[in-house]
Write a protein that binds this ligand. Structure first.
Ligand code: NAD
Ligand code: MG
Length: 383
């Protein structure tokens, strides 16, 4: 029986993780759930799953949650500090980091320091501070199990191969809703178009990141840290059907791939249940429904965000942290119609050029870099 805390239980990953937990009462117990502002859904989840504790990050919603859960044996906390304390509870074995963005960094650090296992969906944390997080995880003997479908695919291909060196990995990308578009067409795309992903139903931020290929850039950096790879060992190929979730090539030239329908419940369940493959009733894939699986080169000239991510990774230090912060500001500006689709790349490029480079950042350096990059990105947005 694994006792699970879900940070971000009201989001796309969080709600699907609850479905997985509900389907396997013999394997999982829900200890903690947290949400930023969706108090209504958090309360509903708490009443159904009866966790030990809930956290609502927005402190002004505390009374609402507390009142709704009155009479229940459920502890109610509020604020971002409480997020960092609940992961340390003695009754938690594993933390699923399913919140979005840089806000995941500190709770992830606290989870590792408390020696709890991690199922990691919050890729931004590894992008921002991959070296710090992986060093800490080693020091505290904490395993980080990937939830991201591509990284889960690679992890599944590596099962039984951990003694065999990887020659390279190939991350697949759907290409998003604007695959094949050129800059002139991207100039005019709207928020509504960008929010319609062809294969996956996800939170708003990652959906925009998928449309701009920034998501693949973040995933390249995520893979570097999860699997201890050199930059040149990570390839990206566009595979519009999203059936092959990613591939690993070994030193004898053999390639292993993991396939399935695009459904995040499978990688979530694999991370939570590892090393067990739990039975599921998820729809099964049939080759006959997909007579053609196709592959293309990503267009780095048009989709500059992926190129910017490669460059940030190559420079290392605090550059990926700058990339992430500028991107978070750019995406929320785009979602408020304050910047155009291509304007997002301009904001990120400008921040990468202007924020001071730090080769070996400490935690404090990441915090100040994030703040500086956000402030600068806001200025660029206003122009
Ligand atoms: P979402 O927007 O649907 O949900 C985000 C969750 O995080 C919500 O529960 C929200 O309450 C919480 N949250 C938001 N801001 C917070 C803050 N400042 N502090 C604490 N909690 C906060 O997002 P999602 O699509 O579920 O994605 C979550 C993470 O998983 C992201 O890092 C994303 O890149 C990653 N991921 C998602 C998918 C997917 O299919 N949705 C796939 C792979 C990876
Ligand atoms: Mg992914």
């Amino acid at each position: 029986m694994k006792r699970i805390a879900i940070l971000g239980s009201t989001g796309s990953i969080g709600t699907q993780a609850l479905d997985v937990i509900k389907a396997h009462p013999e394997s999982f117990e829900l200890e903690v759930i947290t949400a930023h502002s969706n108090a209504g859904l958090l309360v509903q989840q708490a009443l159904e799953f009866k966790p030990n504790a809930v956290v609502i990050v927005r402190e002004d919603l505390y009374e609402q949650v507390r009142e709704a859960l009155q009479g229940e044996d459920i502890k109610v906390y509020a604020g971002s500090k409480a997020l960092c304390s609940v992961v340390e509870m003695g009754t938690v074995d594993m933390v699923l980091t399913a919140m979005v963005g840089y806000a995941g960094l500190l709770p992830t650090i606290r989870t590792i320091k408390a020696g709890k296992q991690i199922a990691l969906a919050n890729k931004e944390t590894l992008v921002v501070a991959g070296q710090l997080i992986t060093d800490l995880a080693k020091e505290h003997g904490v395993n980080i199990y990937p939830v991201d479908s591509e990284h889960s695919a690679i992890f599944q291909c590596l099962a039984g191969e951990f003694h065999n060196p990887i020659e390279k990995i190939i991350l697949t990308a759907s290409g998003g809703p604007f695959r094949g578009y050129k800059a002139a067409e991207l100039e005019k795309v709207t928020k509504a178009q960008a929010l319609k992903h062809p294969n996956w139903d996800m939170g708003a931020k990652i959906t925009i990141d998928s449309a701009s290929l920034m998501n693949k850039g973040l995933e390249v950096i995520e893979a570097k840290w999860l699997f201890g790879l050199r930059n040149e060992q990570i390839d990206v190929v566009v595979h519009p059907q999203s059936i092959i979730h990613s591939l690993v090539q070994f030193e004898d030239g053999s390639i292993k791939a993991q396939l399935g329908l695009p459904d995040m419940k499978l990688p979530i369940q694999y991370a939570l249940g590892y090393p067990q493959r739990l039975k599921s009733d998820f729809p099964r894939f049939s080759f006959l429904d997909y007579p053609q699986l196709t592959f293309e080169q990503p267009d780095l000239e048009t989709f500059r965000n992926l190129q910017l991510a490669y460059e940030a990774m190559a420079k290392g230090g605090n550059m990926p942290c700058i990339l992430n912060a500028a991107n978070e500001v750019a995406v929320s500006a785009f979602l408020r119609d304050e910047v155009s689709f291509l304007g997002m790349s301009d904001m990120i490029e400008s921040c990468l050029a202007k924020v001071a480079y730090i080769a070996n950042p400490s935690y404090e350096d990441y915090v100040s870099t994030d703040g500086e990059a956000r402030a600068l990105a806001m200025e660029c947005k206003c122009k």
